[in-house]
Design a protein around this ligand. Structure first.
Ligand code: AMP
Length: 221
C-alpha cells in the first residue's frame, strides 16, 4: 500500500506512520525530515546547508528533495509500498511525485494549531533510533492526550539512546513552520481530494486511542 501523510508539523504524522501504519502494513516509513536530519550530521558536502535550512524551519530546495526521495523510493524495501511523511510539501513536489509513482491514500491528520504548539514543545526524540516520546499532558478542547513517557527520563526504552528536542521545535520556529504549511502544503489536500483519495484523521487522543480509527480508515480494522 502506498500512503501519503499530510497535516501540519506536529499533528502526529510521524507517530502514526512509524508506530501504527508501517508495522501493520509491513512497508517502510519514509520521512524526508528524518532523511535530512541524517544528512545534516553526515559531514557530506550538503550537510551545513541542510542544517541551516532545517534549523530555520525553511524548506530544502525541491531538486535536492526530489533526488533524495527518488533514491529512497528506489530501494528494495519500498517496492511493495511506503508511507511518505513530510513529502510532498508543495505543489511542485506533488507533481513530481505523480511522475514517479501513484498513491492509494492520502491520510490528512488534523489538529488545532494551539494544541500542536503545546504538543511540539513536549516532543522528545531518540537520537539513535528516532522513536518519538512526548512529555506534554494535554486535556482540552475535547482532546485527551496523555504523555508518552520513557521508563527512564531522557533515555529511550527501545535502544537506550539519548532523547533530545529538535532545534526547530522551538515555539517561534514552529509558528513559522505552521505558516509555511498553510501557504505551501495545505493546498495539496484539495489537489488529492479531486482524486477522491483523501481520508481525514481528526486527532482526539494519543496513539492508543487513534490506532483503531486509523486502521479502520485504511480498511485494516
Ligand atoms: P519534518 O520532520 O517533516 O518536520 O521536516 C523537518 C525539516 O526538513 C523541514 O522543516 C524542512 O526544512 C525539511 N524538509 C523535510 N521534508 C521536506 C520537503 N519535502 N521539502 C522541503 N523541505 C523538507
Amino acid at each position: 500500500m502506498k500512503i501519503i501523510m499530510l497535516g501540519a508539523p506536529g499533528a502526529g504524522k510521524g507517530t502514526y506512520a512509524s508506530k501504527i501504519l508501517a508495522p501493520e502494513l509491513n512497508v517502510p516509513h519514509i520521512s524526508t525530515g528524518d532523511l535530512f536530519r541524517a544528512e545534516a550530521v553526515s559531514g557530506s558536502e550538503l550537510s551545513a546547508k541542510i542544517k541551516e535550512i532545517i534549523d530555520k524551519g525553511d524548506l530544502v530546495p525541491d531538486e535536492i528533495v526530489i533526488d533524495m526521495l527518488k533514491n529512497r523510493l528506489g530501494q528494495d524495501d519500498a517496492q511493495n509500498g511506503f508511507i511518505l511523511d513530510g513529502f510532498p510539501r508543495n505543489m511542485e513536489q506533488a507533481k513530481m511525485l505523480d511522475e514517479i509513482t501513484d498513491v492509494d491514500f492520502v491520510l490528512n491528520v488534523r489538529l488545532a494549531d494551539e494544541i500542536i504548539i503545546k504538543k511540539i514543545a513536549g516532543r522528545r526524540i531518540c537520537r539513535k533510533c528516532g522513536y518519538i516520546y512526548n512529555v506534554a499532558d494535554i486535556h482540552e478542547g475535547g482532546i485527551d492526550m496523555p504523555p508518552l513517557l520513557p521508563e527512564k527520563e531522557g533515555i529511550c526504552d527501545k535502544c537506550s539512546g539519548e532523547l533530545y528536542q529538535r532545534d526547530d521545535d522551538a515555539e517561534a520556529i514552529v509558528r513559522d513552520r505552521l505558516k509555511l504549511y498553510y501557504e505551501k502544503t495545505a493546498p495539496l489536500i484539495e489537489y488529492y481530494e479531486k482524486r477522491g483519495i483523501v481520508k481525514n484523521i481528526d486527532v482526539n487522543g494519543g496513539p492508543d486511542i487513534m490506532r483503531p480509527v486509523i486502521l479502520k480508515l485504511i480498511g485494516k480494522a
